[in-house]
Design a protein around this ligand. Structure first.
Ligand code: NQM
Length: 362
């Protein structure tokens, strides 16, 4: 078999891992591009044994980066989720974890020039047409990966990548509250449908017969729960302006319960068929937003009364996720002026990935 080499890097971004490409190194034709990416990761195959994928949605991810033509951004970032066991590539969701390595990748690939000890990279996120600013440590003009920042779900410590989000509310569904309500009833269950960077259905775990503290493995093995979650998700998709979501990776569904370890709330998140070992970045921002939204199922459970600058500690199966927000207004008039959080990233490999030449003939 003849193989074709494509320049590529592998990074851990937050609690996910993926292949990073410069846009110009991939086919311009979308169908050919997707065929190349499936071949690079080894999908469709649950084990992704013939490719670089890690046999889990969190390690079957792609970031495509290019110089931005916008005045308010340095680079454009397109995220693609590759489904391990299906020939499916979707741009329907964003990924705030892979986002953490976009700044380092852009600097290493010379799309952005490092300036001083910290370089702020303005990123236009194409999936949601919204912007983030990531602050990358660059002493002596080089990306620093080592540091003392620790995030739950990743062993050890690394250089911090604090990131601000500018305009993510309603970026996938058209509105922060896509149904227009703080609470809806779907399949007899009270839910809050919210999009502050990720479309998420928030539901009280107890309303689905769960404690909310089960391990991801136990929840994934519970076929009755999974069927119920999926039935709610399919109905919510239409209410969230996402159409038929049967084959889409959004909306996610987060089961909440009172915090167990001193945080704000405890979470278990279906993404949407596997249960996250932690929680996604925009997923956490959206759940945090539900927590402070008067009238939501989360606010009813927690009774929070938050205004102004607030840190919310979202508990997940492997620890905490801290979301900082600047909150104004209440209920349907709720406005999140700013949200920010901390991630870390690490360069793992730079080189070439090989795909069968017939997938992308020269
Ligand atoms: O919500 C998982 C992840 C994600 C996405 C998912 C993410 C986000 O942990 O911004 O980061 O929900 O599919 O990488």
């Amino acid at each position: 078999m003849q193989l074709r080499a494509i320049p590529c890097s592998v990074y851990r971004g937050g609690t996910s891992k993926g292949l990073y490409f410069l846009k110009d190194d991939l086919p311009a034709d979308i169908a050919t591009r997707d065929a190349v990416l499936l071949a690079a990761l080894g999908s469709p195959d649950a084990r992704q044994i013939d490719g670089m994928g890690g046999a889990h949605p969190l390690t079957s991810k792609i970031a495509i980066v290019s110089k931005s033509e916008r005045a308010d951004a340095d680079v454009d970032y397109l995220f693609l989720q590759i489904v391990p066991n299906k020939a499916a590539v979707t741009d329907q969701q964003n990924c705030g974890n892979l986002l953490a390595a976009v700044g380092p990748f852009a600097i290493e690939q010379k799309l952005v020039v490092a300036t001083g000890d910290v370089t702020s990279v303005r990123i236009h996120m194409l999936n949601t047409r919204s912007r983030a600013v990531a602050h990358i440590e660059t002493p002596g003009g080089k990306v620093e990966y080592e540091g003392e920042a620790r995030i739950d779900g990743v062993p050890g410590t690394a250089a911090p990548v604090p990131t601000d989000f500018l305009d993510v509310a309603g970026s996938s569904c058209g509105a922060l509250l896509p149904s227009g309500n703080a609470q809806d009833i779907i399949q007899g269950v009270a839910v809050s449908l919210i999009d502050n960077g990720m479309p998420v259905i928030v539901v009280r775990a107890a309303d689905l017969g769960q404690t909310g503290y089960e391990t991801p493995m136990i929840m994934e093995a519970d076929t009755v729960l999974k069927a119920r979650v999926e039935a709610i998700r399919l109905e919510a998709g239409a209410l969230m302006n996402l159409g038929d979501v049967t084959d889409k990776s959004v909306p996610k569904i987060t089961l909440i319960a009172p915090a167990q370890n001193g945080g704000t709330v405890s979470t278990r998140t279906f993404i949407p068929h596997r249960v996250h070992e932690a929680i996604g970045v925009f997923g956490a921002v959206s759940v945090a937003t539900a927590c402070v939204l008067k009238g939501s199922v989360a606010n009813d459970l927690l009774g929070l009364d938050a205004q102004g600058a607030t840190d919310l500690e979202i508990e997940h199966p492997t620890g905490f996720f801290t979301v900082s927000m600047d909150i104004e207004g209440e209920g349907k008039a709720l406005s999140i002026k700013r949200s920010a959080l901390l991630r870390t990233a690490r360069k793992l490999m730079t080189g070439e990935v090989f795909v069968p030449a017939h997938v992308w003939p020269e």
